[in-house]
Unconditional design. Sequence first.
Length: 213
Amino acid sequence: MTEQITIALPKGRILKEAVKLFKKAGIDISIALSEDRSLIYDNPEENLKLMIVRSQDVPTYVEYGAADMGIAGKDVLMEQSLDLYEPLDLGIGYCRMVVAEPANQKEYDDLDSRTQIRVATKYPKITLDHFQRKGIQAEIIKLYGSIEIAPILGLSDRVVDLVETGDTLRENGLVEVEDILEVTSRLICNRASLKTKPKRVKEIVERLSGVVR
Ligand code: PRP
């Protein structure tokens, strides 16, 4: 019998894409889409254990070895910079991280000439790094969602957030002013699991790498 592998999967939009991708690789994780309230599922045929967690928590479970492998967005991985092995870009969950500001502000206020600005974001570390590289001192306001309303209410000058279709920015009167990062989901792996379960980990990485675009 092969060793059991535990995979941490992110709740939400990415989960459906991940199930499809794994299916192409011949790994059935569709039980993770069951509509009950369970957070852990077993697939005895594949000897897999699947855990469903918040996307921001996936790297933590994998770093501590509570899961051997996981799926995490590049945005989350860069923000947290944990000690993980990242063997594969899965090419799913594509979006971009951008700096945006109110369309009317772009016309009359050149923020790049200012030395201090306020930026609202879910990604304080990436945002701080970005503005530091530009020599701009940014006061970061950490929010947990609905970032786009911060400039409308005068809480910040700009936002750093993810853009997929661009609808949320448009509907809130914001425009992109800078690109920071292209985001896709990555396969991540616990460093100890690489050594303790090398065959199983390698097999999963190889099967998935055969089907990613
Ligand atoms: C994400 C992101 C943007 C929106 C972008 O938010 O933070 O707000 O999606 O998508 P769009 O370009 O297709 O409109 P999410 O839906 O995760 O909710 P949140 O704002 O509460 O984090």
